[in-house]
Design a protein around this ligand. Structure first.
Ligand code: S3P
Length: 213
């Protein structure tokens, strides 16, 4: 079910944006990655987690395990409002255990846009990183993943609808603690930048990999 493991940001550098002013002074032990579809949240999160020996978790995967259905099935069979309720409960679960083990959590593109989720996330004190990119590039990445059957995205329709949704959501994402530009950059470059800007500390390797509770 892990549709996200293969999502990737692409290559060739652009200037990073965002500033770390709103970040905590002590090194955090959890990070949330947010951004629109195709932002590279899952691929960057997986690389960052491996590099730091932190758990990596994708909120959509937790939803799928809890619901025993894929995200696409939930949308198809029960509709978006049901998906948003499942997303909210899964997020509450994650937040309850957030200080137990160091982890990187990638959220689906709509999670932070729900005001109540954003409030919960902000009040957790965990840094929220917005992975940004030009909308055309996001579209291209999603199209490529769709053509390679790497990700089934219920909200991936026409370019116009994609742009419109992106436009509506972008101001929400900008409320993150830090914005990282991903346009034309590799997953490794992005993970490095996040680790450096937040001063994230590498842990001793865990004995059991991927043990998300
Ligand atoms: C959604 C994005 C998807 C997934 C669901 C809804 C959205 O995740 O949560 O299809 O509302 O943008 P990705 O952002 O990982 O594609």
């Amino acid at each position: 079910m892990n549709k996200r493991a293969t999502k990737a940001a692409s290559a060739s550098p652009r200037v990073p944006t965002g500033s770390p002013e709103r970040l905590r002074s002590s090194a955090p032990e959890a990070v949330f990655l947010i951004g629109f579809m195709g932002a590279g949240k899952s691929s960057v999160g997986a690389v960052l987690g491996r590099r730091l020996n932190w758990i990596f978790e994708d909120l959509d995967d937790r939803i799928e395990r809890r619901e025993r259905r894929t995200v696409a099935q939930i949308f198809r069979e029960s509709g978006e409002p049901a998906f948003r309720r499942a997303e909210r409960s899964a997020l509450q679960d994650v937040l309850e255990g957030i200080h137990n083990q160091a982890r990187v959590v990638a959220l689906g593109g709509g999670a932070f846009v729900q005001t109540s989720n954003a409030e919960l996330l902000k009040s957790s004190g965990v840094p929220i990183i917005f992975l940004d990119a030009p909308v055309e590039e996001l579209w291209e990445r999603c199209r490529k993943q769709a053509s390679e059957a790497l990700a089934e995205r219920p909200l991936l329709r026409s370019l116009d609808q994609f742009r419109e949704l992106h436009e509506k959501r972008r101001s929400h994402y900008c409320e993150a603690s830090l914005t990282i530009e991903t346009g034309g950059r590799t997953v490794d470059q992005i993970a490095d930048e996040i680790a450096a800007k937040l001063g994230l500390k590498m842990l001793e390797p865990r004995s059991q990999e991927g043990d998300v509770e």
